[in-house]
Unconditional design. Structure first.
Length: 148
């Protein structure tokens, strides 16, 4: 009989990004654009842009700078925005959202502190779209309609 011991790198969460096994141990490393932190596990982005949380309060799409906690209004005068998601591609950020009064799904491009080029990407066939997800790999848009 053979006894096989799984290596630590075969288990999710051993390293935050890259796990390289050697005979008895392993080494964590980071992808390009990231730096290893003092804990030798966590990779931190070298990007100087502040991280943001993007959210809606139904009438506005806002962002919070997580370094300063400053709140920015990206887009106002919405009717009843329930769900939103974003797509970051080629250094461009597009935000998608549903409006359950208009029964449409919209998209806008985040430029600086405001949304531009806002357009309805799904204009018919919706009843109450309450959930939304952008598939950034397959480039698909998924939503949940609670009245179907």
């Amino acid at each position: 009989k053979e006894c096989r011991v799984d290596h630590a790198c075969t288990h999710w969460g051993t390293c935050s990004q890259v796990c390289t096994p050697d005979e008895k141990h392993y080494k964590c490393s980071c992808l390009e654009g990231y730096t290893m932190t003092f804990d030798k596990f966590t990779c931190k982005s070298n990007n100087v842009d502040a991280p943001h949380v993007i959210f809606s309060n139904r009438q506005e799409i806002r962002g919070v700078d997580l370094n300063t906690l400053a709140v920015k209004n990206f887009y106002t005068s919405l009717r009843n925005t329930i769900a939103l998601d974003f797509l970051w591609k080629n250094d461009s950020v597009q935000i998608f959202w549903t409006d359950v009064i208009d029964d449409k799904i919209f998209r806008g491009t985040l430029i600086g502190d405001s949304l531009s080029n806002v357009e309805a990407v799904v204009q018919s066939g919706l009843s109450t779209a309450e959930g939304l997800a952008v598939d950034w790999i397959g480039m698909n848009l998924y939503w949940i309609d609670s009245n179907l």
